[in-house]
Design a binder for this molecule. Structure first.
Ligand SMILES: Nc1ncnc2c1ncn2[C@@H]1O[C@H](COP(=O)(O)OP(=O)(O)OP(=O)(O)O)[C@@H](O)[C@H]1O
Ligand SMILES: [Mg+2]
Length: 356
């Protein structure tokens, strides 16, 4: 029996991407569809290699195709192409598909830790990832990723050093370790621009930007001069941190930077000796705040000595011990972040124009 192409396409129209809530055909995710005898083969091009629903989408597609009369064999390849949030007139940033700020209200809640581990987690899924340390007052990223050498240039641009599969740039590479940098407004504006524009990033799916705490000049400068896909907010569960993160969220919303989600860090501590759970900074406030603000809650991370040790030793826990429970949590949050980025692209009315 000859397989009808129309029946195959109709079957594919019944398979939804659960995040984007649309079918694979209308989303344009079906590529290289071929019908040969009793075999149907195709490639599904996901919107991120970090898609946590990869296997489900593949299985649903397979089931739908097998129900088509005449189909005996199904071959599905999976690939991914991250969409860009840049539009025309932003050539300076060409090649960088998504710029994501990692921000908080209060200091010390884990922005840098999260930036590093999420960057490494995204790279492990196959994405091309950069990490920019925009905490020019206290750049911690070089230490946390185990890089210290001054970056080289290719004559025109700075070549970002790489470790754990991510490209990294930080003011910490350029000023001696124990010297303070004093930046005033306009200088700072220039520094951020230069950091982004004068670095040979190459092609990146995600560039994470680790911010200093609060809602000061760096955050504003970045929001005004850089086409950001959105901001990931970090808080601890305690009231003071939640109060401050609300301010941070309000600032980004005011300058029209979408909030990609909120993460609660230092949510709880599991005693390694007795397995007892202690909620040192309280628990659950992040989820409640996200719900009340109508923003996605992307998960909680425990207080875990391995996280602190990994940071201090320049060996992020996601790279050093990827199977550990806390590393798995980082990976899940990285996947949720990638999902939110895809959702943002596809919720725009002109989404098809965004693919590159
Ligand atoms: N989940 C965690 N478990 C254990 N230690 C953690 C965790 N998250 C962060 N830390 C530790 O807490 C300290 C502060 O974290 P980090 O530097 O990432 O915060 P920050 O928000 O970037 O701070 P700042 O506002 O100063 O930039 C670091 O020593 C880090 O190793
Ligand atoms: Mg920091």
């Amino acid at each position: 029996m000859k397989i009808s192409e129309q029946a195959v396409v109709d079957a594919l129209r019944t398979v939804e991407d659960p995040d984007l809530r649309r079918d694979l055909v209308s989303l344009g995710l079906v590529k290289d569809l071929k019908i040969e005898g009793d075999k149907v083969s195709l490639t599904i091009e996901l919107t991120t290699p970090a898609c946590p629903l990869k296997e489900k989408i593949k299985k649903d597609t397979e089931d739908a195709l097998r129900a088509v009369p005449g189909v005996a064999r199904v071959e599905i390849g999976m690939t991914a192409k991250v969409r860009s949030s840049l539009s025309g007139g932003q050539e300076r940033f060409a090649g960088i598909r998504n710029i994501v700020a990692v921000a908080s209200g209060k200091g010390g809640v884990g922005k840098s830790t999260l930036s590093v581990n999420l960057a490494v987690a995204l790279a492990r899924t196959g994405a091309r990832v950069g990490l920019m340390d925009a905490d020019i007052y206290g750049p911690n990223i070089p230490l946390m990723v185990g890089l210290s050498a001054k970056p080289k240039t290719d004559g025109k641009k700075i070549i970002p050093p790489e470790n754990y599969g991510i490209k990294v740039i930080s003011m910490g590479f350029l000023v001696p370790e124990d010297q303070a940098v004093i930046w005033r407004g306009p200088m700072l504006h220039g520094a951020i621009q230069q950091f982004l524009g004068d670095v040979a990033w190459g092609e990146l799916d995600y560039l994470l930007v680790d911010l200093p705490p609060g809602t000061g000049d760096v955050q504003l400068s970045l929001s005004q001069t850089v086409p950001m896909t959105g901001a990931l907010m970090v808080t601890t569960p305690q009231a003071v941190s939640l109060q401050d993160v609300r301010k941070g969220i309000a600032m980004f919303q005011k300058v029209r930077v979408p909030i990609l989600g909120l993460v609660e860090n230092m949510s709880y501590f599991i005693c390694p000796h007795c397995s007892d759970r202690t909620e040192i900074f309280s628990h659950g406030g992040g989820k409640r705040a996200a719900e009340s603000l109508g923003i996605p809650f992307l998960g909680e991370l425990p207080l875990d000595p391995a996280v602190r040790e990994g940071g201090d030793a320049g060996k992020p826990v996601v790279a050093a011990d990827p199977a550990s429970p806390v590393a798995v949590k980082f990976l899940e949050i990285a996947e949720s972040l990638a999902q939110q980025i895809s959702i943002i692209h596809y919720s725009r009315p002109d989404f098809s124009a965004l693919s590159i």
